[in-house]
Design a protein around this ligand. Sequence first.
Ligand code: ZN
Length: 344
Amino acid sequence: MDGCRICGSAAADSVPLWDGRQYCRRCVGGVSPALLAAALSGAPLEETIERNAVRAGRYFWAVGRYVVGFSAIFGIPMSVAVIAGQMPLTAMLVFLAIFGGGPLLLLSIVVPLAAWARRRQLPRTVSIHDGMVRIARPQGSVTVPLAKCRWSAGALANDEWSIYTGTKPAVLLQLPDEQVACGFSADSRERWLSFFALADVPHTRASGCLAWLAWCIAGLTGGTLVGAIAGSIVWLITGNQLWMFGLGVMGAIEGAIACLLYGTCATTEHPEAARKRLKPLYLGLAFAVLALKFRMGGGLVGATLLITINGALGVLLGYLCQRRIRLATSNEPGRRDVSHPASV
Ligand SMILES: [Zn+2]
């Protein structure tokens, strides 16, 4: 029998992992006791999305909230304008019926059909056995050598199934032609990540475009909404309606920056460099300068208040990014140091 792939020891109690190679119990248990238990049980390493995991309601919420957000961005300032007697109530209601009610009605027809079509493609089971990755679906199965696969972590937007099931795909297995999510629970995530680390499956950055775009859009929408609401309140207090526009634009810029930084800081290949770059003080200063650009009058008190609040938001963002990087680097077995002998 060959020795352990990691330490080379010819221990008689070695266990085969799902890549088809032998490992000693000490090396496997050292990285993850749960992985050792799973390997000893003889069960395959697998993850299944069941048919009943697809919920039309989740899909409706995933898409519908943007419609609601869009309506709110315009609806809230319009309500203020109606209250202030600047706009007829019927005009606001017609606008909301067309741009808010219409899309929601359409969604309520389309979503059940989409969910039904998705269920027909399930259950989907990803499994690894003897060095081969197999993806089984009702329409048929695909088998690819594990050696041709890579993995990435922390990509929430890359597996479209998460829109239908609400699961957060913690680990993405990237096959040559597609990527599949696995590791839906904390236990399962640990098994997959520990296995990838031990078996030396190449790690790659989550294929970025889609995730970047999703974070950007989420930030733009949320930021505009929060900025416009804050601006409407300041408008009511000061009587200067420019605030709603100014803070809305500032919210959009900061929302996009914040979501992009927070969303991608933990998936970068160089977490240490990212941690140095995203210091709370730097971000606080940058946000304070941005606030200086967007202040719409309000005198010294108004400007000081805006700069202070916005600077504090920057500091908070920096702190949250630091925390996210720290958690990602300390909890991810894939980044843990596993000593490897010269490859066989
Ligand atoms: Zn060993």
